[in-house]
Design a binder for this molecule. Structure first.
Ligand SMILES: [Zn+2]
Length: 151
């Protein structure tokens, strides 16, 4: 793995959404089973060794600017698993990364529950009803709609 390999296998997103002031730098090479950038480097291959020769490119990018301990991982923060923009990657301990995944999962679960609750109020053939808007207000904000309180 080298800076030349990185440059040859990435493309900068043009006119895309910025994260931390920069657009994503997308890996165009192969990916591992989790969708993370992976590079085959024959110079580090050892016959019989597990996962030998495979470079975790995200980890490699972070390791160019800071040391990564065995219990530390390079995590992509922009939500794009193929992104290798240095400012979109962050060094975390495995415990911090696991905690971040759990928080993300809880937020996704809460979002799904909200969507389900709103779908129950507004079916596909919905026609407008002011009382329903008040119910949605309660779901979103956890408090009765001001108009309802004043009745
Ligand atoms: Zn990114």
């Amino acid at each position: 793995m080298s800076a030349d390999v990185l440059a040859a296998n990435t493309r900068r997103v043009r006119d895309g959404r910025e994260f931390r002031g920069k657009t994503c730098l997308i890996w165009t090479g192969s990916a591992d089973s989790k969708g993370a950038p992976r590079y085959w480097d024959s110079s580090v291959y050892e016959e019989g060794a597990r996962n030998s020769g495979h470079i975790n490119v995200r980890r490699w990018v972070v390791a160019q600017v800071c040391d990564l301990a065995d219990d530390e991982v390079a995590v992509v923060m922009c939500g794009n698993s193929l992104c290798l923009e240095r400012d979109h990657l962050q060094r975390l301990t495995k415990a911090q990364a696991a905690n971040r995944r759990n928080v993300k999962r809880r937020k996704e679960y809460a979002a799904e529950e909200i969507v389900e609750a709103i779908r129950a109020i507004i079916p596909p053939n919905y026609t407008e009803n002011a009382g329903d808007i008040m119910k949605i207000h309660e779901i979103l904000w956890g408090t009765p709609h001001p108009d309802k309180e004043n009745q």
